[in-house]
Design a protein around this ligand. Structure first.
Ligand code: PLP
Length: 406
């Protein structure tokens, strides 16, 4: 017996959903590669990748196979038992990174929540209750739980919810002297995104990350890299820290790790992991067999020279075209980011209008993102066909031509 579906429309959203989102005017119903179809059969090119999630596009055959194969076997057992896909995915992540240990969660916010709690526990156990301060960057984003909005440097997400979590301070990103002035032996962790994603696709400087690592070592503070957006091949390396050659003590991953199936992970060293003993932290769904089976397929496919090497090639194609469009229509003045996490920075006359560009693109059957009001963001599938890149950019050009009246 199968479930009968009642018909639904976009207008229903405004009646039945808690109004924290304002989704587009259409409802996607099917996807294949980097194309998406809506209820009316309209076809769109997808440059959003579900916000840096659909790392292998929609309905990738290997991910469909991994999910359906696991779905026939075992969906869930909780962490009262371990399971084979979780152990296999953990081993893959350990083999590919600095990490010795993995904790699985269901989202980026949960992976960060685990990281921040672990850092505090670590500080408490190695130096006592005073070593509890966390330093993060202004304009950073780490998720939407109370701890993660308190740590992130964006007041619009953290104010108006009563008292915040204490012991957190914020310093300007890419400003080593500001961190030097703030860090002390009370600092248990410094948390950074190697490229600030939501904050406008802003990469860290090489010398900054190297200097941050040194300051953390001098003060016995853990360095946490939030790679929820930059991880799993997005920058052309498996994780962005590998570009910089600066190794964190804790790394969080989510988004692309599940390729569209919810999963998160916190990676760390043996030295740090031992402070999370039995019962100190937990989750019901984290490490779920379905999620980990998909994650295993994602990592196996992404962590190959073919896929990672292809990111750089596609990135060049994107960047060159965006710069040309920027010069021609005078909307963008700069393209920044790495690999397939790119931000087109709006020029003076277009400041604050990223949402308008996004809407105009949708009207031309193109899905794109913004990263704050001043940056148009692109985070497509890492295996997007070059023909889809060109078609999407042609649609973007039509949107820009219409917006500028050119
Ligand atoms: C998206 C994001 C998160 C939050 O992940 P969720 O899965 O939405 O909880 C955390 N950190 C960064 C850097 C992100 O981009």
């Amino acid at each position: 017996m199968s479930v009968q579906h009642a018909p639904v429309q976009r207008a229903d959203f405004d009646q039945v959903m808690v109004p924290v989102f304002a989704p587009a005017a259409f409802i996607p119903v099917r996807g294949e590669g980097s194309r998406v179809w809506d209820q009316s059969g309209r076809e769109l090119v997808d440059f959003t990748g579900g916000i840096a999630v659909n790392v292998l596009g929609h309905a990738h055959p290997a991910l469909v196979e991994a999910l359906t194969e696991q779905a026939q076997k075992l969906w869930h057992v909780s962490n009262v038992f371990t399971n084979e896909p979780a152990l296999r995915l953990a081993k893959l992540l350990i083999a590919a990174t600095f990490a010795d240990r993995v904790f699985f969660a269901n989202s980026g916010a949960e992976a960060n929540e685990a990281a921040f709690k672990l850092a505090r526990r670590y500080g408490h156990e190695v130096a006592g209750p005073e070593k509890c301060e966390i330093i993060s960057a202004l304009n950073s984003f780490h998720g939407r739980t109370l701890f993660t909005v308190s740590v992130a440097g964006q007041p619009k997400y953290s104010e108006g919810f009563g008292p915040k979590i204490e012991g957190i301070s914020h310093v300007p990103f890419n400003d080593l002297e500001a961190l030097r002035a703030q860090i002390s032996d009370k600092t248990c962790a410094v948390v950074l995104e190697p490229i600030q994603g939501e904050g406008g696709v802003m990469p860290a400087d090489q010398a900054y990350l190297e200097g941050v690592r040194q300051l953390c070592d001098q003060h016995g503070a853990l360095l946490i890299f939030d790679e929820v957006q930059t991880g799993v091949g997005r920058t052309g390396e498996l994780f962005a820290y590998m570009h910089y050659g600066v190794t964190p003590d804790i790394l969080t991953s989510a988004k692309s790790l599940g390729g569209g199936f919810p999963v998160g992970a916190m990676l760390t060293s043996e030295r740090v992991a031992k402070h999370f003993g039995v019962g100190v932290h937990g989750t019901t769904y984290g490490g779920n067999p379905l999620a980990c089976a998909v994650g295993e397929a994602v990592i196996s496919i992404v962590n190959t020279p073919e896929v990672l090497g292809g990111v750089a090639r596609r990135s060049e194609r994107f960047k060159a075209a965006l710069l040309r469009l920027g010069a021609q229509y005078g909307v963008f003045e700069q393209v920044r980011g790495m690999g397939l996490l790119l931000g087109a920075v709006l020029g003076e006359a277009w400041k604050g209008r990223a949402g308008e560009v996004m809407k105009a693109a949708q009207e031309e059957d193109l899905m794109i993102l913004q990263a704050g009001p001043d940056v148009v963001r692109f985070a497509p599938s890492l295996v997007i066909a070059e023909a889809d890149i060109d078609e999407g950019l042609a649609r973007l050009e039509r949107a820009l031509a219409r917006l500028t009246g050119a």
